[in-house]
Design a protein around this ligand. Structure first.
Ligand SMILES: Cc1cc2nc3c(=O)[nH]c(=O)nc-3n(C[C@H](O)[C@H](O)[C@H](O)COP(=O)(O)O)c2cc1C
Length: 172
């Protein structure tokens, strides 16, 4: 007998939020920490809603909840860095997702950081790091889409990457 994990909604009906989240939980995502150097110092959050937009000029996007404390720092500095996590830094993802009761600069203490072009924190052990100037924003529902033009690249460029699927971290 097959087990239905998330029943499909009626064909013409809009799925409710929980059903939508269950469907998205089946999608494999890379895991990133999005950082900024704000007026109060370094801040960052764990994010999977990140994508490439264009290679000319190199452009990326990140969708950040408007309630996020990191968002204010990104907008104040006009810059952010997308740090794509290696598989061995799942605990860093937990910290930056506010699951360890650690806030502000203390979130940065368990890893090695530097800077590139914009001054946003760059994770030295990232798979890739995309140091961006904020060039546009667009509000949709609860989130703000940040468009960043890539001003610098960092990271190790190798090794296993951290993924998130079915509400668990994994490695690829
Ligand atoms: C795997 C995972 C992926 C997440 N992806 C996002 C995301 O793409 N955008 C977002 O705004 N929050 C995302 N979050 C939630 C934020 O990391 C979380 O709300 C964080 O505490 C916000 O911190 P801040 O308020 O200090 O900015 C994600 C959390 C986890 C665990």
């Amino acid at each position: 007998m097959t087990k239905t994990v998330h029943p499909l909604p009626p064909a013409l009906g809009r799925p409710d939020p929980a059903t939508f989240r269950d469907a998205m939980a089946q999608v494999v995502s890379a895991v990133h920490v999005v950082t900024a150097e704000g007026p109060g110092g370094r801040v960052g959050l764990t994010a999977t809603a990140v994508a490439s937009v264009s290679d000319s000029p190199p452009t990326v996007l990140a969708c950040i909840a408007r309630a996020s404390r990191t968002l204010a720092a990104i907008e104040a500095s006009g810059a952010f860095c997308i740090n794509t996590l290696p598989a061995h830094l799942a605990e860093l993802a937990e910290i930056f997702a506010s699951r360890r009761g650690i806030d502000g600069d203390a979130r940065f203490m368990t890893a090695r950081w530097g800077t590139l072009a914009t001054g946003s924190p760059v994770l030295l052990d990232a798979i890739s790091a995309f140091d961006c100037r904020l060039v546009a924003t667009h509000d949709i529902a609860s989130h703000r889409i940040l468009i960043g033009e890539v001003a610098g690249l960092g990271g190790a460029g190798q090794g296993a990457g951290l993924i998130y699927r079915q509400r668990q971290f994994g490695s690829v």
